[in-house]
Design a protein. Structure first.
Length: 155
């Protein structure tokens, strides 16, 4: 009888370890967002049929990740964009590979005149003070939803 007791305890420990490992794998596959923080989000009051989402995103994890996409119900197309100086002229273009890398422990700042999420073909009229819901997608499989207010900014 005593010989069986250690076997039962060992089996219980093994089952607990396997269950723990499986739950960690499931979190990784579903894209746990616990290491990602998004702050200071706002949407530019649209000057035309397009607008932009700006925010700061911090990677509190131990590995580099990347912002790889975004979506919203108020636009027909959403892309990651950047403004660059080209021969003395500021131009806007899609981000190469549609990825904005965020090193472990670092913050990526998406701001007017720099990186941003571009929403094109607006399907709704946006006014200052409105709230717009967005979904951000990251390279680790994480998707996170945020609501950002519409604000007027200087050109």
């Amino acid at each position: 009888m005593r010989a069986k007791r250690p076997t039962i305890i060992g089996l219980a420990v093994a089952v607990t370890l396997i269950a723990s490992a499986c739950s960690n794998d499931a979190d990784a596959e579903s894209g746990s967002c616990e290491d990602i923080t998004v702050e200071e989000a706002f949407v530019r009051l649209p000057p035309a049929e397009n607008t932009a989402l700006y925010f700061e995103v911090t990677n509190n994890g131990d590995s580099e990740i990347a912002l790889v996409g975004a979506s919203t119900d108020v636009a027909t197309m959403v892309e990651l964009h950047e403004n660059i100086m080209n021969d003395g002229v500021m131009t806007m273009q899609p981000v190469a590979g549609q990825e904005i890398p965020i090193a472990a422990g670092a913050t990526a700042v998406l701001e007017p005149g720099g990186l941003h999420v571009m929403a094109m073909g607006l399907t709704a009229t946006l006014e200052e003070g409105d709230d717009v819901t967005w979904t951000l997608e990251f390279s680790n499989g994480c998707t996170t939803e945020l609501t950002a207010p519409v604000k007027a900014i200087d050109s």
